[in-house]
Ligand binder design. Structure first.
Ligand code: ADP
Length: 578
């Protein structure tokens, strides 16, 4: 039954019981009133008339009005005959009163009248007694009726009092607890209200809601687990080592390759702090080493040095890439750093190819050097005129062969130097060298091309410069490279400034030209191997500045450029004083 109907029934029953109680009580009170009124009307009045007639009989000889009073009361009594035998008794009183009226001196008749009146009173007294008994009886039955109805009402009220609050309160409490459980993600919670009342309907709606939530939750979970497995499988199947760190540098995951190269077990890595592991594991230390400027967002173009790691049963080369992982948490606007992924790119095949290329270049350039040198020697012989005079045309041809063989020699020299640099075989002969001597050596070497282009040379040097710690030949080579570039990129009759400056603990060599300058986009790249600014002269190899950098850095110096497009360039290097 529905709660609404239960309440209606309970309260309705109570209402009807109270109504019944009231009606029963009212009915019995009414009956009692009727009884009392009957006694008063039927019997009390007769007694009153009889009393008055008795008094009138006593005064019959002394009071002249007594006859009249008697007659009046007798008449009234005749109209108030209500009991069995009362009519006969009243008739007797009347008969004797008639006789007394005819013989007023008769002394026995008053006595007879008194007796008659007494009999009349007796009849009515008995009637009063009987009616009183009846009234007592109806009071009793009224009492029984009222007590019964009251007991029934009390019983029903008690039942309602005990059952109704728990009938309504218990399901509400259970519902509250279940909602709390659902809020705590216990989606297996169910309500077990039987019946078809409102709570039954509520329970079935609640249960279907919980079931759907449970289904959604478990499907979501299994989906997430599936995705997790898929991602793990993907990472594990990658041929390159991958390690994931959280924001506190604790290791979240590492794929098989990563486990292999670190030489640790996965169990020893997962959940551990990479900083702690770095203490005992060199590779992890290198992996978590931050690149300078990494967190300032500076993305330097300089190539990341490759890592040499023993993997795949041989020395392998890897390039490290650290990717910062950031997310925007739900409901927030700011990005949050949640960790890093360290990727190692296996560049061993490229390295092997690179070695092969370097060896090849070294061999070829070495092999080319001898024939080129003999070409140059033959040219010198031709020039010395011992072999006969040359006509103008032959001289021009010889000049161009000389130029080409010089260029060839320069290129083979650069390639040889480069292969030395790449194989790490730079042979340095560091001595105390005079900066002035280095400068003079370089200037002598570029004298001819400078004259050819009618370049104005300005030399600005600080006086009494101390010697520098340098490989004289290689440093001069760098300066010559700066000067030939400056001449090449200067206008005809341009101006070139060479400076030697005292720079605290070092001496700064610089070459300034007024040529076309270098676009800022390429300024970092010109020191890379084989790089040439797009659109520049194609005669070079793009190796000069790369070799210069290697030479200077191998001597512990620093190299750089400042340039403004259209305003010329200044190339410089610094070497420590001896
Ligand atoms: P290359 O043999 O091609 O000159 P370098 O390594 O010496 O190779 O120079 C690399 C590039 O730098 C050149 O291609 C050129 O575009 C640029 N460069 C070098 N020096 C200058 C300069 N003084 N003015 C303008 N550009 C220059």
């Amino acid at each position: 039954m529905k709660i609404k109907n239960k309440l209606r029934l309970g309260l309705g029953t109570l209402f009807f019981l109270i109504l019944a109680l009231g009606l029963i009580a009212a009915k019995h009170v009414y009956i009692l009133k009727e009884d009392t009124e009957n006694i008063l009307a039927d019997n009390y009045k007769t007694l009153d008339y009889a009393q008055r007639m008795l008094l009138a009989v006593d005064e019959i000889n002394t009071n002249s009005k007594a006859w009249e009073i008697f007659g009046q009361n007798l008449a009234k009594q005749k109209n108030n005959v209500t009991e069995v035998g009362e009519a006969e008794a009243t008739q007797k009183v009347q008969d004797h009163f008639e006789l007394l009226k005819a013989a007023p001196r008769n002394s026995t008749l008053p006595g007879l009248i008194r007796k008659d009146l007494s009999e009349l009173a007796q009849i009515n007294m008995r009637a009063i007694q009987k009616k009183s008994d009846i009234a007592v009886g109806s009071v009793r039955s009224a009492m029984v009726g009222i007590v019964l109805t009251a007991t029934l009402s009390i019983l029903i009220a008690l039942t309602l009092l005990i059952n109704l609050p728990s009938n309504i309160g218990n399901p509400i409490r259970e519902l509250t607890e279940s909602i709390r459980e659902i809020a705590a993600k216990n989606y297996s919670q169910r309500l077990h209200f039987s019946g078809k009342d409102e709570f039954g309907q509520l329970a079935s709606s609640f249960n279907s809601m919980a079931e759907k939530l449970e289904e959604y939750d478990s499907s979501n979970l299994s989906q997430i687990l599936m995705e997790k497995k898929r991602t793990e499988a993907l990472i594990n199947n990658m041929h390159e080592p991958v390690i994931g760190l959280d924001e506190n540098k604790n290791i979240l995951f590492a794929n098989n390759e990563a486990v292999k190269i670190t030489g640790m077990s996965l169990g020893d890595m997962l959940g551990k702090s990479a900083v702690d592991l770095a203490v005992q594991n060199d590779l992890i230390r290198v992996l978590i080493q931050e690149k300078q400027g990494h967190h300032n967002g500076i993305n330097s173009n300089s190539a990341t040095p490759s890592l040499k790691i023993y993997a795949d049963n041989k020395e392998s080369y890897f390039e490290k890439e650290v990717v910062d992982i950031t997310i925007i948490p739900t409901g927030e606007r700011l990005k949050k750093f949640i960790g890093q992924v360290i990727l190692l790119k296996n560049i061993t095949p490229f390295k092997e190819l690179d070695f092969a290329k370097t060896n090849f270049i070294a061999t070829v350039s070495h092999e080319l050097k001898t024939p080129i040198s003999s070409i140059k020697m033959s040219l010198q012989l031709l020039e010395s005129q011992q072999t006969g005079a040359l006509n103008e045309e032959q001289k021009q041809l010889m000049e161009s062969i000389k130029e080409d063989s010089n260029r060839l020699l320069k290129i083979t020299g650069e390639l040889l130097n480069m292969s030395q640099v790449e194989t790490g075989n730079i042979q340095l002969n560091i001595q105390q060298s005079s900066p002035y001597a280095i400068m003079q050596y370089a200037l002598d070497a570029v004298k001819l091309p400078m004259e050819q282009k009618e370049i104005e040379l300005v030399v600005e040097t600080d006086e009494n410069l101390l010697d520098v710690k340098a490989d004289m030949e290689k440093t001069a080579w760098v300066l010559i490279n700066f000067l030939t570039n400056a001449i090449r990129y200067s206008q005809q009759e341009g101006r070139l400034v060479i400076e030697l400056r005292d720079d605290d603990k070092a001496v700064k060599f610089s070459v300034r030209d007024e040529g076309k300058g270098i676009d800022s986009r390429y300024r970092n790249k010109i020191f890379d191997r084989y790089f040439q600014v797009p659109g520049s002269s194609k005669t070079g190899t793009g190796l000069g500045l790369a070799i210069s950098k290697e030479f200077i850095e191998a001597q512990g110096g620093a190299i750089g450029v400042t340039s403004e497009i259209g305003m010329g360039s200044t190339f410089y290097f610094e070497l420590a004083k001896a």
